[in-house]
Design a protein around this ligand. Sequence first.
Ligand code: NAD
Length: 327
Amino acid sequence: MSTRAKPRVLLMHPILDPGPSILAEAAEVVTYPPDKPLDEASIRTAAEGCIGIVSQLMDPIRETVLSTPGLRAVSNVAVGYDNIDVPAATAHKVMVTNTPGVLDDATSDFAFTLLMSTARRIVEADAFTRQGRFRGWAIDMMLGADVYNATLGIIGIGRIGRGVAHRAKGFNMRVLYYDPNPLPPDAEQQLGASGVDLGRLLAESDFVSVHVPLTQETHHLLSTAQFAQMKRTAILINTSRGPVIDEAALVEALTAKKIAGAGLDVYEREPAVHPGLIPMTNVVLAPHIASATVRTRSEMSAMASRNMATAVRGGRPPNLLNPEVKR
Ligand code: NAD
């Protein structure tokens, strides 16, 4: 029997079954101390001697970490990978992987959950009822916005954007989308979605739902000028990444009643939430849980672990983002 030690992999945060056993078959798993800060210098120190890092979206994996000698792979337990500097990884011949596809349904469901709960004021209504303030039916109590037959504008018609469009069909919504990579005509027809420019989408939509990756181009994609183009009755939904929306400008737009409400899962400076949002009853706030179902989080853990196990064994991981590293 070989006594050769298995390569070491740094697991930044706990993951769900069956992830740990998939990882343990391929590598010696070293866990990141939970009391250690999540800064690049500390992550690099912990990664010394490791061939791989299993990271999550709050871990900054950039030059300092990626230049660790011997590091060969970073497996992010997320579809978004804006926390990783992929060009720097490529320069250091470090493979980067993510978990696309397995979270589409959970995330699309959640975007719709936020849309419905903001439109029909469900969080406010729940608090009202629990506080014993329901004293009888009233014709003008808790009036909300119609969802059925309304116009939905989807910014970014990728996997999750398409999932949201698909759900909107059941509500007979008119679906507009904006994406620099438009859908082929047959896919547009199948989804009942029409590609338009961003200005038209903002001007015509009752609900605007954001599904773009965070990049230099999408940073503050929606700010003061864009909110001014929206209907005063419109509701904004964000389950993508916080910095896609200029949060201070959003607070201003909501305060000035330029738009009617917002349903947010993500924030510009997570886990901090802009204090201006906290007292607003026309805003529904969630703590970045769009993919948080038992099945989805388990599948994300398994997929990220398989990506890492394949890389550790010298193979090409299925969800490789920089294939030029591994020909
Ligand atoms: P995807 O790559 O399938 O789709 C993204 C789409 O955005 C693509 O069609 C792309 O062309 C489009 N796009 C890029 N730049 C754009 C721009 N400037 N304007 C308009 N469209 C643009 O990605 P996906 O799997 O659908 O995921 C989208 C994002 O959602 C992820 O990158 C991630 O950050 C976020 N996400 C968040 C959660 C959560 O827990 N809240 C869960 C899953 C995904």
